[in-house]
Design a protein. Structure first.
Length: 604
C-alpha cells in the first residue's frame, strides 16, 4: 500500500495515511490557498482522499480528530523542517538519464561511505557531483550515503530521522538527490542509501499520534521498539517495506544499508527482514536489475544472509565488525571495550579465512559465547573496513586512524581491507589520511533533547574532562573534510597507494575472484606476521604483512612458481626508508620484511 501525498498529474493528488485507531482525519491545505479535505477510512485503517487543484509544492498537514495538526508521517518533503507542513512532490517530473544503467554486482563493489553535510563545504546533494570524477579516479564504484531522511535541525549523523520518505531539507530537495544519483550512474557509480528501520529520532517524531508504531514488548537503546510483531504491526511493516521500495523506485537507489538490525525485534512467523527481502527481490525482477540489501548487524549470525529456504532472512550481504575489530586492535594495541576480545594476529587471519572471528567462542567483553560459523558463505556477502562512521564517531573524540597510528600502519590498514577477499568499504577521507575528527553532532531545538543527549553521552564515556559539545556548530565544522589536502605531501602518497591497491584488486584475477576456495592464510603470532596466498586458474597472488615494530625474516612457503613484485610499502615512493625485497620471488625464498610493512607479489 503506497502512502503519502501521491501526485497523479493535472493538479490532482491522492492523500493516503495509515491511522487505524482514529475516528476523523482531515487534510488541511495550508498553502497556497487554505482548504479542508475530509478523508475516508477503509477496513485496514488507511485514510484516503483524492483532490483537484493540488499542484506540486502545495503544503499540507493532517487534522487529527479536530484536536491537533500534524505533518504527514509519510511526507515526501519537509521544506521548513520537522515541525512544519509537508509538501506535495511530483516524482514524475524528473527526467532520468540512466535507462541503460544495470547496476554493479556485489563482488565488484568498492564502497565509499560519506556524510552529505560534511563531504563538501556547502554540504548538499548536488555539491557532491563535481567530486565524483575524483572518486572514480580513485577506483570507487559505489558511494554509501549516511541517512538522508528528514531529521530535526540542520546537522546530524542522520540516524535521528523522523520522516523516512523525506530527504533532509538542509541537504537539498528531492530533485537534488535525484540529480546526484543520476550523475553517479552516468559515471558508473552505484548509490547505497543508509536507512534506519530500528528507531525514530526524538524531536519531530509524531508517529504516535497516528498509529501504534511502537510496542512495549521490546526495548531498544532508544526506548520502546518499533512495532513489527504486536497488534497493528501489519501497517507498521507496510510503512517500512514501502519506504524501501520508494527509495528504489523514485530515487533509483541501488542498495539499502539497514542500520543496526539487531535492534529490529520480530518474533512473528515471518521476520520483517525476510518479508522485506522478498518484496525487494520481487521489485528487482520487475525492474530488470538486481537491487541489494546490506545489513549492519552485531549478531555474528549468518541467518541474516542465509537464503530463506535454509531458514535465513535472505539479506544479500552484511557488514563485518569482527574484521574491523581484529585489524584495529592489532594496529593500535587498544584493549578497552570491545577490543579486549581482540589483538592477536591469528584473529585477523581467521577473519580473512572465515569472516567472523567469534563463531561460537566465549567473548570476554560480552561474557558469553558469541556468533556462528560464516566460512561457508561467499566473501561477497561481507563488507569490511578499517574505519567507518560508527567505529570513528563512537569514540569520545572522534579520532580517525590517522590520529592513532603511524603512516606505515595506515598503509597496512589499506592493504588489509582492499586485498581481502571481501567487499572493501572506505570512510570518507581515509584514502588520503584525513585528520579532522568525526564527532557526534546535533542541532535540536528542544532543550529537553539537548540536555538528554548531553547526560547520556557523559554517562557513556564517564568523561573526566569536557566532551565536545554536540550542539555546537563548531563541533560540526571541525569534522568537515580538508579535501584540498588530498594530493599534498603524505596525503597524496597515501591516496596514490589506495589507488594502486584498488587497481591491483581489479587487475589480478586471483584478487578479483572473491572465493574462499582460492585462499590460504597463515600467521606468526610472536612476529605479528600475516600472509595469504590467493589463486584463480593461472593467476596467483602472495602477500606478506608485518604488523610488528621489528624487522622480520621469513620464508615464502607454498609457492608453486616465481612471482613478481607488484607493491612494496617499504619502498621510498611510499615515504618509507627503502626496500631490499627482490623483484622476482622464488618458491621457498627468504624475505626480510621491514616493520609495519607489506609486500604483494603476483604472476601478473
Amino acid at each position: 500500500m503506497k502512502i503519502g501525498a501521491i501526485y497523479l498529474g493535472d493538479n490532482r493528488c491522492e492523500f493516503r495515511v495509515w491511522a487505524p485507531l482514529l475516528e476523523e482525519v482531515i487534510v488541511e491545505i495550508v498553502a497556497p490557498e487554505k482548504c479542508l479535505l475530509p478523508m475516508q477510512k477503509d477496513a485496514s485503517g488507511y485514510w484516503r482522499v483524492t483532490a483537484n487543484n493540488v499542484a506540486p509544492g502545495t503544503r499540507y498537514v493532517y487534522q487529527l480528530e479536530g484536536m491537533k495538526s500534524r505533518p504527514d508521517p509519510a511526507s515526501y518533503y519537509q521544506p521548513h523542517g520537522v515541525h512544519e507542513p509537508s509538501q506535495v512532490v511530483n516524482h514524475r517530473a524528473f527526467v532520468w538519464e540512466d535507462t541503460d544503467w544495470t547496476g554493479i554486482a556485489l563482488e565488484e563493489l568498492i564502497i565509499y561511505e560519506l556524510h552529505v553535510g560534511l563531504f563538501t563545504p556547502t554540504g548538499t546533494f548536488e555539491a557532491i557531483i563535481p567530486r565524483l570524477a575524483q572518486l572514480r579516479e580513485l577506483g570507487v564504484n559505489a558511494i554509501e550515503l549516511m541517512p538522508v531522511a528528514q531529521f530535526a535541525g540542520e546537522r546530524n549523523w542522520g540516524y535521528d530521522g523522523v520522516y523516512p520518505f523525506a530527504v533532509q531539507n538542509s541537504y537539498g530537495t528531492p530533485e537534488g538527490l535525484k540529480r546526484l544519483v543520476n550523475a553517479c550512474h552516468q559515471q558508473g557509480i552505484a548509490v547505497i542509501q543508509d536507512v534506519a528501520y530500528n528507531h525514530f529520532g526524538p524531536e519531530g517524531n509524531y508517529t504516535r499520534d497516528f498509529a501504534p508504531y511502537f510496542t512495549d514488548k521490546h526495548r531498544t537503546p532508544w526506548g520502546n521498539a518499533i512495532n513489527f510483531d504486536d497488534a497493528y504491526s501489519d501497517g507498521v511493516r507496510n510503512v517500512f517495506i514501502e519506504n524501501a521500495l520508494y527509495w528504489f523506485r523514485e530515487y533509483h537507489i541501488d542498495a539499502l544499508r539497514l542500520d543496526a538490525i539487531h535492534t529490529i525485534y520480530d518474533f512473528g512467523a515471518k521476520h520483517f527482514l525476510a518479508e522485506l527481502a522478498e518484496e525487494v527481490a520481487a521489485f528487482s525482477q520487475q525492474q530488470g536489475r538486481k537491487l541489494y540489501l546490506i545489513a549492519d548487524s552485531d549478531l555474528n549470525d549468518v541467518r541474516v544472509i542465509q537464503p530463506q529456504a535454509w531458514g535465513g532472512y535472505g539479506i544479500d550481504a552484511q557488514w563485518n565488525d569482527d574484521f574491523h575489530h581484529a585489524l584495529h586492535a592489532l594496529l593500535t594495541g587498544e584493549q578497552a571495550g570491545i577490543y579486549q576480545d581482540f589483538g592477536k594476529c591469528e584473529q585477523l587471519a581467521k577473519a580473512f579465512r572465515e569472516g567472523f572471528v567469534y563463531s561460537g567462542q566465549y567473548s570476554p567483553y560480552r561474557r558469553r559465547r558469541h556468533g556462528n560459523f560464516a566460512g561457508s558463505h561467499p566473501p561477497s556477502q561481507f563488507a569490511v573496513y578499517s574505519q567507518n562512521h560508527t567505529q570513528v564517531g563512537d569514540r569520545m573524540l572522534g579520532e580517525r586512524l590517522s590520529n592513532l597510528i603511524s603512516f606505515d600502519a595506515l598503509k597496512l590498514a589499506a592493504a588489509s581491507v582492499i586485498l581481502s577477499p571481501y567487499i572493501p568499504l572506505l570512510f570518507m577521507g581515509e584514502e588520503y589520511g584525513e585528520e579532522s575528527p568525526f564527532l557526534y553532532f546535533t542541532a535540536y531545538s528542544d532543550s529537553y533533547f539537548v540536555a538528554t543527549v548531553t547526560t547520556l553521552r557523559k554517562s557513556d564515556f564517564a568523561a573526566s574532562y569536557e566532551l565536545p559539545d554536540a550542539q555546537s556548530e563548531d563541533t560540526f565544522n571541525q569534522c568537515k573534510l580538508n579535501w584540498e589536502q588530498r594530493k599534498e605531501g603524505k596525503h597524496g602518497v597515501l591516496l596514490a597507494l589506495y589507488q594502486r591497491l584498488i587497481q591491483l584488486r581489479h587487475q589480478i584475477p586471483a584478487l578479483r575472484q572473491l572465493k574462499r576456495q582460492n585462499l590460504e592464510v597463515s600467521s606468526l603470532e610472536g612476529e605479528k606476521i600475516l600472509s595469504f596466498r590467493r589463486q584463480s586458474h593461472d593467476s596467483e597472488a602472495f602477500c606478506l604483512m608485518n604488523f610488528g615494530e621489528q624487522v622480520v625474516t621469513i620464508t615464502a612457503e607454498g609457492l608453486t612458481a616465481p612471482l613478481y613484485k607488484q607493491l612494496d610499502s617499504s619502498e621510498s615512493q611510499w615515504l618509507a626508508s627503502g626496500s631490499n625485497l627482490p623483484e622476482k620471488l622464488l618458491p621457498e625464498q627468504t624475505l626480510t620484511l621491514s616493520a609495519q610493512s607489506f609486500v604483494l607479489y603476483a604472476n601478473l
